[in-house]
Write a protein that binds this ligand. Structure first.
Ligand SMILES: Cc1cc2nc3c(=O)[nH]c(=O)nc-3n(C[C@H](O)[C@H](O)[C@H](O)COP(=O)(O)OP(=O)(O)OC[C@H]3O[C@@H](n4cnc5c(N)ncnc54)[C@H](O)[C@@H]3O)c2cc1C
Length: 568
C-alpha cells in the first residue's frame, strides 16, 4: 500500500457522477469554478442514472396543458403530507428548464408532431413523463451529460476513486475528502473550497434490489460521520413488480414497467385472480396503482398464502395479441424469447424490490447542507418526495438539484481565497485508507454483506413491526462487532483491486445506513407511504413530521418525533 497520499486541490469537488453529479459539475464550471468530479466506478456509469430505463416527470405541457403547480400537487399528494415543500417546489418548477436544456444538448426526447411527447404514470394527473425511448432514457441522459462535460476544460474527472470520508478544515468547514484509488490502492486526499455530495441511493442494503454495487448508501454515511443530519430514513421505496421468475438474463429487473404503461397487464395472485380491488384500486388490466399500494397488495397476497410459486404475483400480458406485444416490446420480445419467455402463452412472476430512497441528507433550496462547504444533490438528498415518490420524479430531482448544487458550490468557492487541507485534518481518514493491518482471512466480507441484505429484506422490508426491527438492529450490531474498526488487507502483496478491502469499506457504510433506516422505522409508530407498520397500521396526524438522525458519540440520535411516540 503506497504510504504517501496523492494530494489534489480544486475549487469544487463533486463526489459521484450520476445525473446529479454531472449536472453539478457542468453548472459549477459555468460559474467559473475549477471542478474535479470523482466516482468510485467509471464516470457516468456507476449508479442509477445510467440504468434508468423509463421516464422523467416534467410539466412541459407540450401535448396537453400542464404547469409545475399540477406536478407539485401530485407530488405532494403522493408524499403523504411529508414532502419538504421547498424542495418539491424547486423540483417541479425547475424541471422544465433542465429538460429543455438537455433537449438543446441533443438528448433526443421522443417527439410526436414536433412536440416532446409524454406518457402517463400512476399518481400523475395527466401525461407528464417524457422519455427518449423506453429502456434508453437514463443511458441517453448520462451520455449527453458526459458529452457536455467532455467539451469543458474546467472539468477534470477521475474514475475508480472511492471516497471514504469528508474532511473538515481548521475553520470547521468541509474542506475536501479522503478516499483511495480502487485500481492501485493509493490513498487520495482532495482539498476543495466547496464539495458536492452526489452519491445516489442505498438500495444495495436490501437482498432484492435494482441497485448497482455502488449504491450501498456511501453518501449518507459520509454525511453522518462528518456531522450532518439525515431525514426520513425510514422511507425506502419498493418497486412492486421487479422481475422474479423465470430466469431472465440481460434485462433490467424493473423492465416490466414501461410495458405496463403501454399495455396495462394483469396482476394475478397464485390462484390466477386479479386482486388489486381488495386493496382499494381496481386496475382491470390498466396501470393505475401507485407503488406503495401495489407493493402492499402483492405482499399481502403472499402473506395470505396466495402468492405465485416464487413468492410474488403473476403479471400477465396473455390478453394481448402477438402483434400488439411486438409493437410495444420491439426487440425486447426477441430477448425474452432467448430466455424462453413467450408472453402470449405465459405470465411472468414479479415481486417488490428495493428501488429508491426518499430520505437522505438535509439540504435547503440552495442545496446547502447543515455543514458549511458541503452541498448535496440527487437521490442522496432527503425530503422532496416525502413518504412516497412518484414515478419519473427521481431523474428530474437529480437534474434540478444537481444544477442548483453546482451553482451554489461555485458561488461558495468564490468566497474562499485558498483552501488547504492540512495533513493533520485528514489524518484519521487517511490512516484508515492507508492501514496495512495484517490479513484476516477469516473475515468473509461478501457473506457479511449478504447477511445484512437478508436481514434488511426480512425484517426492515415494506412491512415492519417492533419485534422485526429490534431483531434487525441486533443483527446489525453483531455484524458491526464482527467487522472490527480497521480494514483488513486481503490481497497478499498486491494493492490493486483488493475487492474484499472495498467490501469492508462498503460494509462500514452499509451498516450505519441500515441502522439509520431500522432505527427511524422503529421510532415511527404509524404507517405512512412506503413505511408500513403492521403493529401501527394507521396514519397518525401527530406523525406529520420528519425524523432527523445524526451521529453523536458513535450512536445514532433521532429527533423531531413527538415525545410520546419516541417513548413507546
Ligand atoms: C434500475 C433503475 C431504474 C430507474 N428508473 C427510473 C426512471 O425511469 N425514472 C426516474 O425518474 N428514476 C428512475 N430511477 C431512479 C433514478 O435513476 C435515480 O434516483 C437517479 O438517477 C439518481 O441520480 P443520482 O445522480 O443522484 O445518483 P446515481 O445516478 O446513482 O449516481 C451516483 C454515483 O455516485 C457514485 N458513488 C457512490 N458512492 C461513491 C463514493 N463513496 N465515492 C465516489 N463515488 C461514489 C456511484 O458510483 C454513482 O456513479 C431508477 C433507478 C434504478 C436503480
Amino acid at each position: 500500500m503506497p504510504s504517501e497520499p496523492i494530494a489534489l486541490e480544486t475549487d469544487v469537488l463533486v463526489i459521484g457522477s450520476g445525473a446529479a453529479g454531472m449536472y453539478a459539475a457542468i453548472e459549477a464550471a459555468r460559474g467559473d469554478a475549477r471542478v474535479f468530479l470523482v466516482d468510485r466506478s467509471l464516470i457516468g456509469r456507476g449508479g442509477a442514472t445510467v440504468m434508468a430505463q423509463m421516464t422523467v416527470a416534467v410539466a412541459l405541457g407540450e401535448e396537453v396543458p400542464d404547469a409545475p403547480r399540477h406536478h407539485y400537487d401530485d407530488t405532494i399528494a403522493a408524499g403523504r403530507e411529508l414532502c419538504d415543500e421547498r424542495l418539491t417546489e424547486l423540483l417541479c418548477n425547475e424541471a422544465p428548464a433542465c429538460i429543455r436544456e438537455l433537449d438543446g444538448w441533443g438528448v433526443g426526447w421522443a417527439r410526436k408532431d414536433g412536440h416532446i411527447t409524454a406518457t402517463t404514470a400512476p399518481g400523475h394527473d395527466r401525461a407528464r413523463c417524457v422519455y427518449v425511448d423506453f429502456i434508453n432514457t437514463g443511458p441517453a441522459v448520462s451520455k449527453t451529460l458526459r458529452t457536455v462535460m467532455a467539451r469543458n476544460k474546467d472539468i477534470h474527472k477521475a474514475g475508480d476513486i472511492c471516497i471514504t470520508d469528508l474532511v473538515a478544515g481548521c475553520d470547521g468547514e468541509i474542506a475536501g475528502a479522503v478516499g483511495w484509488h480502487v485500481g492501485n490502492g493509493a490513498p487520495v486526499r482532495i482539498a476543495a473550497k466547496a464539495t458536492v455530495l452526489a452519491t445516489g441511493g442505498l438500495t444495495r442494503i436490501y437482498r432484492r434490489n435494482s441497485a448497482s454495487l455502488n449504491m450501498g448508501g456511501d453518501g449518507y454515511a459520509l454525511a453522518l460521520r462528518a456531522g450532518a443530519s439525515l431525514i426520513d430514513m425510514e422511507f425506502v421505496q419498493f418497486f412492486p413488480i421487479g422481475h422474479l421468475a423465470p430466469r431472465l438474463v440481460g434485462m433490467d429487473p424493473i423492465m416490466w414497467d414501461p410495458f405496463r404503461y403501454k399495455l396495462g397487464g394483469r396482476l394475478l395472485n397464485g390462484r390466477m385472480e386479479e386482486f388489486t380491488s381488495r386493496y382499494g384500486s381496481d386496475e382491470d388490466g390498466k396501470y393505475v396503482l401507485p407503488r406503495d399500494l401495489a407493493t402492499y397488495a402483492i405482499l399481502q397476497e403472499v402473506e395470505a398464502g396466495r402468492g405465485s410459486p416464487h413468492g410474488g404475483a403473476y403479471l400477465s400480458f396473455e390478453h394481448c395479441s402477438a402483434t400488439a406485444l411486438r409493437a410495444a416490446f420491439g426487440p425486447v420480445i426477441d430477448r425474452l424469447a432467448a430466455n424462453n419467455i413467450d408472453l402470449t402463452r405465459m405470465p411472468i412472476e414479479v415481486a417488490p424490490i428495493a428501488h429508491y430512497h426518499m430520505g437522505g441528507v438535509i439540504a435547503n433550496a440552495q442545496m446547502r447542507t447543515e455543514l458549511a462547504g458541503l452541498f448535496a444533490a440527487g437521490e442522496v438528498v432527503g425530503g422532496a418526495n416525502g413518504a412516497n415518490r412518484l414515478s419519473g420524479n427521481a431523474i428530474s430531482e437529480a437534474l434540478v438539484f444537481g444544477r442548483r448544487a453546482g451553482r451554489s458550490a461555485a458561488a461558495h468557492a468564490k468566497t474562499i481565497g485558498r483552501r488547504d487541507l492540512r495533513p493533520q485534518d485528514a489524518r484519521a481518514a487517511l490512516d484508515l485508507v492507508s492501514d496495512g493491518a495484517a490479513a484476516r482471512r477469516d473475515l468473509n466480507t461478501a457473506a457479511m454483506i449478504a447477511r445484512l441484505q437478508a436481514v434488511m429484506a426480512d425484517e426492515v422490508g415494506p412491512f415492519r413491526t417492533a419485534a422485526k426491527l429490534n431483531r434487525a438492529l441486533g443483527e446489525i450490531a453483531a455484524l458491526a462487532g464482527e467487522m472490527g474498526t480497521r480494514p483488513p488487507r486481503f490481497a497478499a502483496g498486491d494493492d490493486g483491486f483488493d475487492l474484499q478491502r472495498l467490501e469492508w469499506f462498503d460494509l462500514r457504510n452499509m451498516l450505519i445506513v441500515a441502522r439509520a433506516v431500522a432505527q427511524s422505522a422503529l421510532a415511527r409508530t404509524e404507517s405512512r407511504g412506503a413505511h408500513q407498520r403492521e403493529d401501527f397500521p394507521q396514519t397518525a396526524p401527530a406523525w406529520r413530521q420528519h425524523q432527523r438522525v445524526r451521529l453523536a458519540d458513535g450512536a445514532l440520535q433521532l429527533t423531531g418525533a413527538p415525545a410520546t411516540a419516541l417513548a413507546s
